[in-house]
Design a protein around this ligand. Structure first.
Ligand code: NAD
Length: 513
């Protein structure tokens, strides 16, 4: 059997394999319990990483806060130059990192490479942005006065990330935070610790080559307890947390309790509305990729298809037929469409969802099931399943992080579809498939989708880095990546300068001495 070049990839990324000890990564003082990382691809141990203790965390924070003193005084375009070099380093290591992402997380190699490409893209975006951290000037009401606002760095940004985008989410945050003059402390998911160490090694090389303090880029490892150290820490003005709504609610409360800021990127329950004017071929491609890509473990995965009753059977048949052609297996083998889910707990969640949808009155139309036998030894491969359901079902309201797609029927006009689409707690991504201008515009209007992302004739899954990324309601309200998302990583200051010999007060108030 081939290892698909994993050993070589680990070496390229400065990671130790299981016979060589634990991978710590630079500027990582971790001395705690060992986290073993098993691949969902073949069930084998990939490597070991030490978790961060409270004492280790204090050391990290000392280096980070000290590094901030240097980094914040470096002109933003020069910080951009460092991010440019980081992007170049990612280009060099793209194949190795993409492979590790695929092997440790289970998404396809193509998607692994895509994730690294997103990191490169956000670096390019950040480099340009480093010369465009614009404030505003405004007219003062007082004569001889000038007024403007400017943005300053915040300090230490804490990043907590999920397993499903083990490298890109970190880069979305760091590339922007760095050009803004912040330093970052990152806690990757305990399910993908090797990806964390690999990224840390790549970034640390760039900072070392430029004689910059390592503390600009810090890594801490472990589970929620290590994450809690950051949410409780008043030295961290901003915690950017990506993961489940459950986690987001805990972190939000903790950080708000000390009046810190959060950027929350939480769960989705994304739907595609398929109207009578939809292009069926495009709908099938968008829906199937959206539902089974990354084995249904994207925050933007398509979970619900809301189909007009006049074309329901036609769309259903086309999708069921497409599911029949899916090949499930090793995601490093490019012939396969669907890889494993992250672990056996995810398999249980998937099985429970299929049981529940039937209990609530749904009908399974593409059978699920856990695969076993050769090639499926990890026990994490499941068959993408489809159920006919109702939006009101509890299970349909819930984000099951697995390849389970619910078909829902609507009748009448698009407002009925929108009621279902918006009728869930989450508000991340949404789409409409239609060639009808009125429907499309209604969907995008104030009466339309209530999600952070609303697409026309594109599925729900995936996004470009140029736009602000995030969602409303239980998705947490944060915006990351493109557009003006950088502003959350900075503090705004309003400045008024008097260049006269008088001291007039605002609002015409007189105060004669
Ligand atoms: P998770 O919530 O279990 O874990 C996410 C991260 O939070 C991990 O690093 C974990 O250790 C940490 N964490 C958990 N509890 C914590 C606490 N109390 N305090 C501090 N840190 C804590 O999520 P997961 O299973 O890794 O990822 C899947 C979820 O992430 C899905 O709900 C998915 O939709 C969501 N997600 C959202 C986005 C987005 O941009 N909106 C992107 C990716 C994933």
């Amino acid at each position: 059997t081939t290892d698909f070049g994993i050993k070589e990839a680990l070496a390229t990324l400065g990671l130790k394999d299981i016979n060589e000890g634990t991978s710590t990564g630079s500027n990582n003082f971790s001395n705690g319990e060992i986290i073993e990382s098993y691949s969902p691809v073949d069930g084998k141990l990939i490597g070991k990483v030490k978790s961060t203790t409270k004492e280790d965390y204090e050391k990290v924070m000392t280096t980070a806060t000290a590094a901030f003193q240097t980094w914040r005084t470096m002109p933003a375009p020069l910080r951009g130059e460092i991010v440019r070099q980081f992007g170049d380093k990612l280009r060099e290591k793209k194949e190795a990192l993409g492979k590790l992402v695929s092997y440790e997380m289970g998404k396809s190699y193509q998607e692994g490479l895509g994730e690294v490409q997103e990191m490169i893209d956000i670096c390019d975006f950040a480099v340009g942005l480093s010369r465009q951290l614009h404030g505003l000037t405004m007219h003062s009401e007082r004569p001889g006065h000038r007024m403007y606002e400017q943005y300053h760095p915040l300090g230490v940004v804490g990043i907590i990330s999920a397993f499903n985008f083990p490298v890109a989410v970190w880069a979305w945050n760091t590339a922007l935070a760095w050009i803004c003059g912040d330093v970052c402390v990152w806690k990757p998911s305990e399910k993908t610790p090797m990806c964390g160490v690999a990224c840390q090694n790549i970034a640390a090389e760039v900072f070392a080559a430029n004689d910059l303090p390592e503390g600009i880029c810090c890594l801490i490892n472990g589970d929620y307890k290590v994450g809690e150290l950051m949410s409780k820490d008043t030295r961290i003005p901003l915690v950017s947390a990506t993961g489940s709504t459950r986690m987001g609610k805990i972190v939000a409360k903790e950080v708000a309790g000390r009046l810190g800021k959060t950027l929350l990127e939480l769960g989705g329950n994304n739907a595609i509305i398929v109207t009578p004017d939809a292009d069926i071929k495009m709908t099938v491609i968008g829906a199937v990729f959206g539902a089974v890509g990354t084995a249904g473990q994207r925050c933007t995965s398509t979970r619900r298809l809301i189909i007009h009753d006049s074309i329901y059977d036609k769309v259903k048949d086309a999708i069921v037929k497409a599911y029949g052609q899916l090949r499930i297996g090793n995601p490093l083998d490019e012939n396969n469409h669907v890889g494993p889910v992250i672990d056996k707990d995810a398999v249980k969640g998937y099985q429970a969802a299929l049981t529940k949808v039937v209990e609530e009155g749904g009908k399974i139309i593409v059978e699920g099931g856990v695969l076993s036998g050769e090639g499926y030894e990890s026990g994490c491969y499941v068959k993408p399943a489809i159920a006919e359901a109702k939006n009101s079902f509890k299970i349909v309201q819930h984000e099951t992080f697995a390849p389970v797609l619910y078909l829902l029927k609507y009748s009448g006009d698009v407002t009925n579809a929108l009621d279902a689409q918006n009728g869930v707690a989450q508000g991340l991504s949404s789409a409409i498939m239609t060639n009808n201008l009125r429907e499309a515009e209604h969907f995008l209007s104030v009466q339309g989708s209530d999600c952070g992302i609303a697409n026309v004739n594109i599925g729900t899954s995936g996004a470009e880095i140029g736009g602000a990324f995030g969602g409303e309601k239980d998705t947490g309200g944060g915006r990351e990546s493109g557009s003006d998302a950088w502003k959350v990583y900075m503090r705004r200051q309003t400045n008024t300068i008097n260049y006269t010999t008088e001291l007039p007060l605002a609002q015409g108030i007189k105060f004669d001495l």
